[in-house]
Design a protein around this ligand. Structure first.
Ligand code: KG4
Ligand code: ZN
Length: 338
């Protein structure tokens, strides 16, 4: 690849419409994000039909803003996992542009994007990740633990059996009458509460690397049903502590079992301060280093999609292996090694 090889990334898997330009695998020229939060707020969650319409309405403007009249050498888009309508909008936009510009089109896994987003620092790609590592990808739609030997070399250890961590935050916020998205709202309230006020469960599911958060959410709903004059900050603080303890304990157990010195945490929930602080403190005690995604890149964005595409192309070039363009959209796409 030439040194100033420029990739246009497109992200439309959930409720952010985003486009970004990454030059030379290093310099982020733009990362335009249109968040649909206002559209979904009154429903306390993402409404797929509204999301598709908003992506269709915004994608051309977002891409136009990101392009800045720069020449591009490749178009990349998130081809899954995600909501079918959003994926289709992303694919059509990406393919139209790639065909018009006569440049290659490449689909990348959105969740890989969340991991690679950890490589951005101060708006540039710093290649901070060290391998092998255990990756915790925590977002509104997914919660997964991976053993990652290197870029593109994955073993998925476990996923959530039910709610994703962010989804649990959003559902508990709804139960408490707090706004969507719930994570930041619950965190804000939690700062005023006692973390040991209520003993919510820590579902560790020993013997598996899976998660299950619906039990914590149900415990909160039973608590609210059975108590009057509930102290909302105490509920938030105790719930957040239970979520964080579960995520951190399982991630550190995996790091120990797989004998890795590094951990990476990406996805929307990685913005959570208690998660960052607790993971950092407990990992440090075990001699592990943690790479948290920069908060600017934790929620869905196209910079992470452009970087994932760059890494894939670079890997194919280095190893001489044919790279898979992967442009068929797949709402349930799994993470696979390259
Ligand atoms: O990665 P993301 O933008 O979208 C998906 O791919 O799902 O993640 C959004 C999720 C939402 O569920 C939101 O409540 C959660 O991330 N979130 C947080 C925080 N900030 C965002 N959860 C806990 N604490 C936060 N500070
Ligand atoms: Zn995401």
């Amino acid at each position: 690849m030439k040194q100033d090889f420029t990739i246009l990334g497109i992200e439309s898997t959930c409720d952010e419409t985003s486009a970004a330009l990454l030059k030379g695998g290093k310099v982020l020229l733009s990362n335009v994000i249109y968040s649909q939060i206002e559209e979904h707020k009154k429903y306390h969650g993402v409404v797929p039909e509204l999301a598709s319409r908003a992506h269709a309405a915004k994608i051309a403007t977002v891409i136009g803003e990101a392009l800045q009249n720069e020449p591009i050498d490749c178009v990349a888009f998130a081809s899954g996992p995600g909501l079918p309508g959003g994926l289709m909008v992303g694919r059509v936009a990406a393919e139209t542009l790639a065909t018009y510009k006569q440049v290659p089109l490449i689909g990348v896994n959105h969740l890989e994007g969340h991991l690679f987003a950890c490589d951005y620092e101060n708006g540039e790609v710093q290649n901070r990740l060290h391998f092998p590592l255990i990756a915790l990808v925590v977002s509104g739609g997914h919660t997964e633990l991976w053993y990652v030997k290197g870029y593109g070399q994955y073993k998925v250890l476990g996923k959530t059996r039910d709610d994703a961590a962010g989804e649990a935050f959003d559902k508990v916020a709804k139960l408490l009458g707090l706004a969507y998205p719930g994570g930041p709202q619950v965190s804000k309230q939690a700062l005023l509460g006692k973390r040991d006020a209520i003993a919510f469960p820590r579902p560790l599911l020993p013997g598996t690397w899976e998660f299950s958060f619906s039990g914590i959410k149900t415990a909160v709903s039973y608590y609210l049903r059975d108590h009057q004059n509930v102290n909302i900050p105490d509920v938030c603080a105790s719930f957040e502590q239970a979520m964080v303890d579960t995520l951190v304990t399982k991630t550190l157990l995996a790091a120990k079992k797989y004998k890795v010195s590094y951990i990476a945490v990406g996805g929307g929930v990685a913005a959570n301060s208690l998660l960052r602080q607790t993971m950092q403190e407990r990992a440090e005690k075990q001699g592990k280093e943690v790479f948290f995604v920069d908060r600017k890149f934790s929620s869905d964005n196209a910079a992470m999609i452009a970087l994932a595409a760059y890494k894939k192309l670079e890997y194919a070039q280095r190893t001489g292996q044919p790279f898979k363009a992967n442009i068929d959209i797949d709402p349930n796409m799994k993470v696979r090694s390259w």
